[in-house]
Design a protein around this ligand. Structure first.
Ligand SMILES: C[S@@+](CC[C@H](N)C(=O)[O-])C[C@H]1O[C@@H](n2cnc3c(N)ncnc32)[C@H](O)[C@@H]1O
Length: 180
């Protein structure tokens, strides 16, 4: 039986791979940041300036508390927002964008990808991690996931070109793209 804890165990490796994929890029947007674990990790370990955005404001309370506790409030800013309407953010504001376990939750994923492309700077990477269709996560949460092919074509259509695509585990993809 697969448990949530199986996915929690992937976190150190996933975060390390994200850090490697984004390299020197700064600032970083964490879209669908949830309770801000990744954003705070990028600030504490790499000194990145991170904007965490999530549609759910109650998760951001915890995210801000953690940023304060970890002494990175000056680097990390959490704000409520919808990935499909980043109206307050100027074009090309970020050096990299991370999107972890969020694509499948977006009501309008294609529209969100177009918005992410708009706010990503030239040559910047979009790094994405998500569960895939037909995997074990589906048995636990039963949400709507995409196949790697569907993810790839959505990104291509939204104006991204693949840098690398692989897996953290058999049912968790890890990919990075640049905007064309
Ligand atoms: C499964 S959680 C992942 C959270 C975090 N990235 C992590 O790895 O723990 C997905 C997150 O996406 C957020 N979300 C869903 N739709 C969104 C949208 N349209 N814009 C921004 N965030 C959204 C949810 O509120 C939730 O916090």
């Amino acid at each position: 039986m697969v448990e949530q804890v199986d996915y929690d165990q992937l976190e150190p490796e996933t975060y390390q791979r994200i850090a490697e994929a984004i390299g020197e890029a700064n600032p970083v947007l964490d879209i669908g940041c949830g309770e801000g674990k990744l954003a705070n990790f990028l600030a504490t370990t790499l000194g990145k300036e991170v904007r965490g955005i999530d549609i759910s404001d109650f998760k951001l309370v915890k995210a801000r508390e953690e940023a304060r506790a970890q002494g990175v409030s000056h680097l990390v800013q959490f704000m409520e927002g919808d990935a499909t309407h980043l109206n307050t953010i100027a074009d090309q504001s970020f050096g990299a964008i991370v999107n972890v376990y969020t694509l499948h939750e977006l009501e309008h994923p294609f529209k969100a990808l177009e918005e992410l492309r708009r706010v990503l700077g030239a040559g910047g990477k979009l790094v994405m991690v998500d569960f895939i269709k037909g995997g074990k996560a589906e048995k636990i949460w039963g949400e709507r996931y995409y196949t790697p092919q569907e993810i790839e074509s959505m990104l291509q259509e939204a104006g991204f070109s693949e840098v690398a695509m692989g897996f953290v585990r058999d049912d968790v993809i890890f990919g990075s793209w640049v905007k064309i």
